[in-house]
Design a protein around this ligand. Structure first.
Ligand code: ATP
Ligand code: MG
Length: 137
């Protein structure tokens, strides 16, 4: 079994879409291993997206990710990382396939409803960012 990290982003929680998005995630065969409701700070959001520090959208991304509560969720499934990226769809909802979460719910390339880890290695790091080993048993 593989694990991945999802984050329901501020546009998801503030529009009260969390239940609908979690329903889609569970219906796609993912098991929820751990879940929290958190308000990111500039420091934690900046650290989480540090890989994008040099990108022109970094400042606005941190502002967006700290604008409301987010819901990190550790998920488990065979092939979880790739299957979850497929379920959420392309970064830009205009390019996301029909039936994907971003196609259905995302507002823009920035306000795209949900995060998904992009590799098994990053999934381990990102799950560790939000959950302790004891919470993940
Ligand atoms: P995520 O890492 O959140 O799952 P992703 O892997 O599809 O998304 P990344 O390239 O890692 O896309 O970008 C991280 C996030 O930064 C995007 O999900 C989006 O919120 C924001 N973002 C990416 N590209 C742009 C852009 N061109 N303009 C504004 N925001 C962007
Ligand atoms: Mg990414």
């Amino acid at each position: 079994m593989e694990r991945t990290l999802a984050i329901l982003k501020p546009d998801c929680t503030s529009r009260k879409l969390s239940g609908k998005v979690i329903d889609k995630i569970e219906n796609a065969g993912f098991k929820i291993i751990a879940m929290r409701l958190v308000k990111l700070t500039d420091e934690t959001a900046g650290k989480f997206y540090a890989v994008h520090r040099e990108r022109p959208f970094y400042g606005e991304l941190v502002e967006f990710m700290t604008s409301a509560n987010v819901i990190p969720i550790a998920l488990e499934k065979d092939n979880a990382v790739a299957d979850f990226r497929k379920l959420i769809g392309a970064t830009n909802p205009a390019e996301a396939e029909a039936g994907t979460i971003r196609k259905e719910f995302a507002e823009s390339i920035q306000n795209n409803t949900v995060h998904g880890s992009d590799s098994v290695e990053n999934a381990k790091i990102e799950i560790g960012f939000f959950f302790s080993g004891r919470e993940l048993v």
